[in-house]
Design a protein around this ligand. Structure first.
Ligand SMILES: [Zn+2]
Length: 89
């Protein structure tokens, strides 16, 4: 869960950026009922996200850092919504 308070504020921004990239390429999507991000386990979408991060990282962030954050964020996201008991949302 997102409970690490030791991370610098800049990382929170980078995390938000990574989330938006993953969403844009379709690697993750939000549960319509609860808003939790869910991993769609789509390797092609992940490849697009990595490619995007490498070519167009946020200002002040290296391509390596950007791609690492993409993977880190995706690792932290489950493939089901924690609030949808049936997992079919
Ligand atoms: Zn849900």
């Amino acid at each position: 869960m997102l409970m690490t308070r030791e991370r610098r504020p800049a990382v929170r921004t980078l995390r938000g950026w990574a989330l938006s990239v993953l969403q844009e390429v379709g690697a993750i999507h939000e549960c319509e009922e609860h808003g939790w991000a869910k991993d769609r386990a789509d390797p092609h979408a992940l490849a697009r996200a990595i490619e995007f991060a490498r070519q167009d990282p946020p200002a002040g962030v290296s391509p390596d850092e950007a791609t690492a954050e993409i993977r880190d964020v995706l690792d932290s996201i489950g493939d089901t919504c924690p609030e949808c008991r049936d997992g079919d949302c």
